[in-house]
Design a protein. Structure first.
Length: 322
């Protein structure tokens, strides 16, 4: 989710020593000038006039950016809010996401020809240096939230996995720190994020596998659930009926909806995808429609299948039910 959100981390070396000397002689005096300087250096070695990827690749990149750790919490959101409120808010979130992506794509028409297309460029064009700072800050916070959700996922599921392997005395915080230091930190140090392409394909395959696992549990009438935290086995055939509406609808139910909003977070990655896309605006629309449709289908498939299977026993992380 976060691999396309660090436009200031590129260290591009030009092939001309004269150009390199000119770049070194410039000392940016502000955040906006530093951004424009990095953009000029990138434009000197990258041809931004024509894209190289097709519509299927664009759809894959956008869908892969959208889907993340929040996927595992959607069945619990349906349990807490009720089926109808969940469906309404899911529809609203997807509609708003699609509409704002189309608006963001339309902003490309206002960028200077040949200028690198990214979220920061749009912010600067709209509000100057203030817009650049606001957009960069929003991107950082978005990535921070995504990384935090993965740390929470590790803390929730890793101890269970370790107990399955026979390791019972590993503290939760040790697993979280280990994942951050040994996995996340080295990936953040990569200068060329194209090396993460195989990992992105694997991540998307895992998300789809989760959805089909939930569908399989629903079709086979799965009633087995083992809580490794308490070493208790349950037969959830008497899990109760699915709730179309919650008994009460207040702040506790509303607090579940940010999980759905986070599930459609991808705006910072759209413009780099458009930058590398072949064709005109019709292809951009196809990418946005396809990139939004695939996550919606996976979300609804996972949430409905898992909730109708486990009902009142649906855990806050659906992996714990599997």
């Amino acid at each position: 989710e976060c691999i396309m959100a660090a436009p200031f981390s590129f260290d591009v070396e030009t092939s001309s020593s004269t150009a390199s000397g000119a770049n070194r002689s410039r000392q940016p005096s502000s955040f906006a000038e530093e951004y424009r300087e990095s953009e000029r250096r990138l434009s000197s070695v990258v041809d931004t006039s024509a894209g190289s990827s097709g519509v299927p690749q664009g759809i894959f990149n956008l869908a892969n950016t959208i889907m993340g750790a929040s996927l595992s919490g959607l069945p619990f959101v349906m349990k807490a809010s009720g089926i109808v409120p969940f469906g309404l808010f899911m529809s609203l979130s997807s509609f708003v996401g699609y509409s704002t992506l189309q608006m963001l794509a339309g902003c490309c028409d206002y960028l200077a020809p040949g200028r690198k297309k990214d979220y920061q460029a749009v912010g600067e064009l709209a509000l100057g240096q203030l817009g650049l700072l606001v957009v960069a800050s929003a991107t950082i916070l978005s990535c921070f939230g995504a990384l935090t959700s993965y740390i929470v996922l590790v803390g929730t599921t890793a101890p269970v996995f370790c107990k399955m392997l026979g390791f019972n005395d590993i503290a939760q915080w040790r697993l979280q720190v280990g994942a951050a230091v040994l996995l996340i930190w080295p990936l953040c140090l990569l200068k060329d994020i194209s090396g993460l392409a195989p990992a992105s394909l694997f991540a998307l395959a895992v998300f789809v596998l989760m959805a089909f696992t939930a569908l399989g549990a629903f079709l086979t009438g799965d009633t087995f659930y083992f809580d490794y935290s308490t070493t208790t086995q349950y037969n959830i055939a008497d899990a109760g009926n699915a709730q179309w509406f919650p008994d009460t609808f207040g702040l506790q139910q509303m607090s579940q909806f940010p999980t759905i909003i986070m599930a459609f977070n991808c705006h910072y990655a759209l413009l780099p995808i458009i930058e590398n896309l072949k064709g005109g605006r019709d292809n951009v629309t196809k990418v946005i429609r396809g990139g939004m449709s695939i996550p919606c289908i996976v979300y609804l498939l996972l949430a409905s299948s898992a909730y109708f299977t486990y009902k009142g026993h649906t855990q806050d992380m659906i992996l714990l039910n599997f």
